[in-house]
Design a protein around this ligand. Sequence first.
Ligand SMILES: *Cc1c(COP(=O)(O)O)cnc(C)c1O
Length: 368
Amino acid sequence: MRVPFNDLRTQYHLLAPALKDAVERVAKTATFINGPDVSEFESEWSSWVGHPWCVGCANGTDAIYIILKCLGIGPGDEVITTAHSWISTAEAVTQCGATPVFVDVDDYFHLDPHAAERAINSRTRAILGVHLFGQLFDAPALQALAAQHDLHLVEDAAQAHGATLDGLTPGSWGAAASFSFYPGKNLGAWGDAGAIVTRDKMLSEAFRVFARHGGTRKNEHLVPGINSRLDTLQAAILRAKLPHLESWIARRRSIAEHYLDAWRQLHGLRLPATRPGAQHAWHLFVVRSADRNELRRHLAAAGIETGLHYPRAIPCTQAYRESRHHGIDHSIQNQESMLSLPLFPEMTDSQVEHVVDSVIRFFHPPPG
Ligand SMILES: *Cc1c(COP(=O)(O)O)cnc(C)c1O
C-alpha cells in the first residue's frame, strides 16, 4: 500500500463540480484582478477567523512582510523570531531591511518566551512568532513580554488555520496574523495566495494601501507600495473549499488522536505534545526519535512518504549562517530527530492503519 504525504488530487475529485463552477464564474466575467470573489473571500475569511478585518495578498510570505513594513519595521531594527520555521519568517524581516535575531524553541516547537526575553535590547522593535505545525505558540506570554518592552507582536499563522488557544484564534494577541493558502496548507489555493487578519482597522487600511501600489483607487499612490494581490481565481477556489475546512480539520484531529493513542507506549518515539488550553489543527504530525533516519527508511520501504519540516534550523542555512542567534540547541536537536508523518483529511482508514502498524513494527519488529 502506498501512503503519500498529501493527496490534493483526491480532494479535487471530491469537490470538482464546485471548483469548476468557481473557475467558470471568474472566466465568464473576466474579473481576474479585484473581482467580487476577492472581497467576498476577505469577508468570509475574517468571519471564519473571527476578527473584523482581512486583506488578501499574493502569498503568506508577503503577508508577513506587509505587516512588518506597515508597523514601521526597517533598517537598524531587530526582530526577534524563532530559529525553527519555514524560511519565510526570516526573509520577511530581511526584506524590510531589519535584522532577524533567532531564538530557541520550547517543547512545542515554538518561540520560547524566556529565550525571547533574553534577546531583547534597545534595537528590538518586534517579536515575530510562528504558530508552527498547527498549534498556537505561547501567545499570552509573548503578548505580555511585548507589552512590557513596548514591542510589536506579529503572528505567523500560515500553518494554523483552525487552531485556538484558550478559545482564541490567531490574531487575538498580536498586531495582526498572516495566513498562507499555499496548496498544501490546511486551506490551500491552486497556486500562491495569502491573507492578513487584524482587529485594528487603521492597520488593515495601511496593509491594503501598501499592498495595492500605495492606494486603494486607480491612479491613487499615497505611499510607495508593492503589488501583492489575491487573484480572483484563487479567491474563488478558496471560497469553494472554505465550507469544508471545519470538517477537514475534524478529520485531521481524529487521525492525530488515533496516532497518539496507538503509539503512546512506544519507547524511543516522542509524540507531539498539545499545549494546555490549545485546540490543535494538526497541519503536521511531527514525531521525534533518535533513530529518525532508520525510521524514515523503514517507512519508505513500506510505501509511506514522510517529510522533514525543516531539515535545517534557519541559522543553519547558508542564507542566514552569519545571523545572530541566542543558543539554539533545542532547534538543532529537533532538526536531527524530527519526522513528519502523513496526516491529511482524505487519508483512508486503511492508509491510517498502515501508518500505525508500520511505525509499531519499527519499534517492535515481529520475531524471526
Ligand atoms: C507556508 C508558510 C509561510 C508562507 O508561505 P507562502 O508559500 O509564501 O504562502 C510562512 N510561514 C510558515 C511557517 C509557513 O509554513
